[in-house]
Design a protein around this ligand. Structure first.
Ligand SMILES: *Cc1c(COP(=O)(O)O)cnc(C)c1O
Length: 445
């Protein structure tokens, strides 16, 4: 009780006290005059999109798309960049380009946005879940190794929350077992592993340009690779492969049933301007995160994010772990109390204060895996003859489950437009709740 003598003086907001902050936090707004000018340039040209349907220079998209791809490739130091309409399309196209097919197994993470795990289903391949690392939340190489069978063809490695996956260990494992690594860097543009950009660490990498990523074009995505043949196949898949395949002279005709994954000229023009801003946006975000983490780490029940050796983090969100034993109360109760102390962020008012616990329910818990629904009444591809019975039962990935249900929390009040004063309010809310934790124990049960 001793440490809580002060508690009467600062009643927690969740118990009716005065919150630390009632003023909204500033919006994360990256679109400015530069993007406006770029869009007007496209509107003035009258060409909002342009992809020819036959194998020809025009098959590659209009001038903005082609310029954007060149600039993206140069920035990330990779041979080819292919712009598409989303990162979800990008993952799908990547699996198609490398030739994933029915019955193949692809090792995926349970802790990511759903497409990182469901994408193989579109090609009839079976997602096999490996567990995550407790320190970095990305795929755990030791767990991957246990899941490799003679059907395994690829690994989808996600740079979760903006931290690059364990590229040294996982790439080595992939090489040893002749597997491909598709890197989902949707949350990590600009992060690096030993000087190399996230997205370029595997065989094919993908980025997202949807509206809540670091830089955006409303919706959009980019695929990168150093492999010429895959780059060609990616461009075919993007633009109705079947219509152009006869003249394209690609060696490999598998999966050459295409989609319309095309990025428009307006998106590309915006993307070119956004790319120029990435470095500065990231710098400020990292600085905020380092400051907030250094302060929150002084609270005994909070474990600040660990950074893998040799990498830099892009902090899509700022994730921490919570030690319930040290706190004496649950993570959920603690975070609810922190939320009550803080205000929402402009443009995202309806989400409430941007502090949350858990991230996504481990993806194998989704009905598509629990009931193995897949496609059609016969549940393709889970119904494939000679298909191996893959488990999606509860307890499959204990670390991901523990992070989700017990330990992990994150916040989003550290982006590039958050000032030192804003950050101090976030820190203040956590410290206030910690110092008055007794109020939660007394009132809570
Ligand atoms: C956002 C995100 C995606 C999907 O991005 P879209 O562009 O919205 O399709 C995929 N993977 C991860 C890890 C993401 O965060």
């Amino acid at each position: 009780m001793e440490r809580n003598l002060k508690s009467t003086m600062s009643k927690l907001a969740i118990n009716g006290g005065q919150p630390v902050r009632t003023r909204l936090f500033p919006a994360y707004r990256t679109i400015g005059i530069e993007e406006k000018r770029a869009v007007n340039r496209v509107l003035d040209s009258g060409v909002l999109s342009r992809y020819l349907g036959s194998w020809h220079q025009g098959f590659y998209g209009g001038p903005e798309v082609q310029a954007f791809e060149k600039e993206w490739a140069r920035y990330f130091k990779v041979k080819h960049a292919v712009a598409v309409n989303s990162a979800s399309s990008a993952i799908q196209a990547a699996l198609g380009a490398v030739g994933i097919g029915p019955g193949d197994e692809v090792i995926v993470t349970p802790y990511s946005m759903c497409i990182s795990a469901t994408a193989p289903l579109f090609y009839g391949a079976i997602p096999v879940f490996a567990d995550i690392e407790e320190d970095y939340f990305c795929l755990n190489p030791a767990s991957i190794e246990k899941k490799i069978t003679n059907r395994t063809k690829a690994i989808i490695a996600v740079d979760l929350f903006g931290q690059p996956y364990d590229a040294d260990a996982i790439n080595k494992l992939a090489k040893k077992h002749n597997l491909l690594v598709i890197e989902d860097a949707a949350q990590a543009p600009g992060a690096k592993h030993k000087g190399k950009f996230a997205g370029t660490l595997g065989d094919i990498g993908i980025y997202s340009l949807n509206y809540h990523k670091h830089i955006h074009t409303g919706e959009g995505g980019v695929i990168v690779t150093d492999n010429d043949e895959w780059a060609k196949r990616l461009r075919l898949i993007r633009n109705h492969a079947e219509a152009a395949i006869e003249d394209a002279k690609t060696k490999d005709l598998t999966n050459m049933v295409g989609y319309n994954f095309r990025m428009t000229e307006i998106q590309a023009a915006i993307g070119r301007e956004q790319l120029k801003k990435l470095r500065a946006l990231l710098k400020k975000r990292v600085k905020n995160c380092e400051y907030i983490a250094s302060r929150l780490a002084r609270i005994p029940c909070i474990i600040a994010p660990k950074i893998r050796k040799g990498v830099s983090h892009a902090y899509y969100v700022h994730a921490f772990r919570f030690d319930e034993n040290k706190a004496g109360i649950s993570r959920d109760k603690f975070i609810e109390a922190v939320r009550a102390e803080l205000a929402p962020t402009q443009t995202r008012e309806d989400e409430g204060p941007l502090v949350s616990f858990g991230y996504v329910k481990p993806l194998y818990r989704m009905p598509v895996f629990q009931r193995k629904t897949g496609f059609g009444k016969a549940n393709y591809p889970f119904n494939l003859p000679n298909g191996r019975k893959v488990s999606y039962k509860r307890g499959l990935c204990p670390v991901a489950e523990r992070m989700h249900y017990k330990e992990l929390f994150f916040h989003d009040i550290m982006h590039s437009f958050i000032s030192r004063e804003d950050a101090d309010d976030v820190i203040g809310a956590f410290i206030k709740v910690y110092k008055n934790i007794e109020q939660l124990i007394t009132y809570g049960k």
